[in-house]
Design a protein around this ligand. Structure first.
Ligand SMILES: [Zn+2]
Length: 258
């Protein structure tokens, strides 16, 4: 059975040494992989990969930690406009966007970019990939005030059970990655979330699952450790987890199986 990695960053420097070897290797284990753009530069690269590899798709947006760089939303909108004229486009979402309060990036600017990207998601009827770190209440507030037509994914989600229920009710899928192998609260969240609301992701090159070192390089082949943990928590087979999370990924990204 094949895995679907809903969130990765293969354009990052850490993959410069062996990117194409990895991409070839993944053909055997993955039916889908979405590379998530974080700024304009990254948008070009993730599109190139999707053009070259059948199982790859991409998303573009401006990450909350990138808002201070020169990132024109107008240019991003141009890319959307051009790209989505093509019926076979592999641009499947907008993001990642959201709010990150872990570091001191200007909150008002983050909110401005977040709301603008919601507007774009609604204009082009795409789902949105949300990054939320130490910012859940504000993310919820922004999403209630600016309703997204096609909800999308709460990426690398690690909120409280109450908060995860709220997001699921609002139509969001929860992205589960490496942290599920390490942290009790994430395991608890997985336990209470219905399988039809879970997608799996690596967030490569960061956040590898156990048994790998916390700061080692992650890659999509490690999805099997994430699946194993989810199956264990839910008391179901690994095949069941793979089958369901893959279906969910196709559904949220609006990809038709070929
Ligand atoms: Zn990411």
């Amino acid at each position: 059975m094949l895995y679907f990695d809903t969130h990765a960053h293969y354009d990052w420097e850490k993959f410069d040494v062996d990117r194409s070897e990895l991409f070839d290797k993944f053909k055997k284990s993955l039916c889908g992989l979405v590379n998530i753009g974080i700024n304009l530069e990254s948008a070009k690269k993730v599109k190139e990969y999707a053009d070259e590899y059948k199982y790859m798709y991409y998303s573009i947006g401006i990450h909350p930690m990138e808002v201070e760089k020169e990132n024109s939303l107008d240019l991003i909108e141009k890319i959307f406009e051009n790209e989505l004229k093509n019926k076979n486009s592999k641009l499947v979402a907008i993001g990642e966007t959201g709010l990150d309060y872990h570091f001191n990036y200007p909150v008002e600017l983050q909110k401005k970019y977040f709301i603008e990207q919601i507007r774009l998601a609604n204009k082009y009827e795409l789902p949105i990939i949300i990054h939320s770190r130490e910012s859940q209440k504000d993310v919820e507030k922004v999403l209630r005030e600016n309703v997204v037509k096609k909800a999308g994914i709460m990426h690398c989600y690690s909120g409280t059970p109450e908060m995860s229920k709220k997001f699921v009710e609002m139509g969001y899928y929860l992205g589960v990655g490496g942290p599920v192998t390490r942290y009790k609260d994430v395991q608890e969240m997985v336990k209470i979330t219905p399988i039809d609301k879970i997608v799996i992701e690596t967030d490569s090159p960061v956040l590898p699952p156990e048994p790998f070192e916390k700061h080692s390089r992650n890659n999509s082949l490690y999805l099997k450790y994430i699946v194993k943990k989810i199956a264990e928590i839910k008391g179901v087979s690994e095949e069941y987890v793979i089958k369901n999370t893959t279906q969910n990924a196709y559904k949220v990204y609006g990809i038709k199986k070929s």
